[in-house]
Write a protein that binds this ligand. Structure first.
Ligand code: B16
Ligand code: MG
Length: 217
């Protein structure tokens, strides 16, 4: 008998919406103020990783004491949260609204697994927060992606084992986390990564719920 897919768990930034530009502008402001060089290319290394790990990557090995790190992260987040005021339902990535509605109509449980401590704020502004039964965010677990803990936490909340759930992720750290956790995985915009449990797609606009279910059945 094949697998029954009962739950979909979505990463937020890069899958549901694209807040990477706001993260970049906020880190860039902090970096400029502190005389640290930081480019758009550097920002690509920060996708999907926690705020603390993002700071380390921004600093590229430059030492920082922990109290200063905390102050700098608070400053970056203050800048970032100001940009979130601009987020509206129009900022859902293409195909996301229709895909979520059709998954719900098919009786699939929906969850979020985001590294961001701002995930609920963003989902609220996008107007989709009520579609998700469980929201795992930057407060939910200690070990962030690439540890599988966050997705397992969400799957537990949805009362669905990993082998009956699909994770949708754009970042390498998140794809590693999902595969390590034993989830079926859709790699969004990651056509170069290949694994037995992985389906690559440009975005939700190019997928249907049935195609995802059939791929992992
Ligand atoms: P915050 P995701 C991630 O979101 C972002 O991709 C990453 O750039 C960010 O550093 C991380 O959230 C933490 O965000 O500073 O708001 O807590 O892709 O896991 O939805
Ligand atoms: Mg992401």
């Amino acid at each position: 008998m094949g697998n029954i897919i009962r739950a979909f768990i979505f990463d937020l930034d890069g899958v549901i919406t694209d807040t990477a530009e706001f993260h970049f502008l906020a880190w860039k402001q902090l970096a400029d103020e502190e005389g640290v060089s930081f480019t758009r290319e550097d920002n690509e290394q920060l996708r999907g990783v926690s705020r603390r790990e993002s700071l380390s990557r921004m600093l590229k090995g430059r030492p920082i004491d922990e109290p200063t790190a905390q102050v700098w992260m608070t400053r970056k987040n203050d800048y970032y949260v100001r940009y979130l005021d601009q987020v509206t339902p129009d900022d859902l990535l293409p195909g996301v609204g229709a895909f979520l509605q059709s998954a719900r109509a098919a009786g699939i449980k929906l969850g979020i697994g985001s590294a961001s401590k701002n995930a609920k704020n963003v989902l609220q502004r996008l107007g989709v927060i009520d579609l998700f039964g469980v929201i795992g965010d930057g407060y939910s677990v200690v070990n962030s992606k690439p540890a599988p803990d966050l997705f397992i936490w969400v799957a537990g909340g949805l009362q669905t084992p990993p082998n009956e759930a699909v994770v949708f992720e754009d970042a390498e750290a998140g794809i590693d986390a999902a595969l390590k956790g034993g989830f079926w995985t859709v790699g969004v915009g990651q056509s170069n990564v290949q694994a037995a449990h992985l389906l690559s797609a440009d975005g939700l606009a190019t997928l249907t719920v049935e195609a995802v279910q059939q791929r992992f059945a």
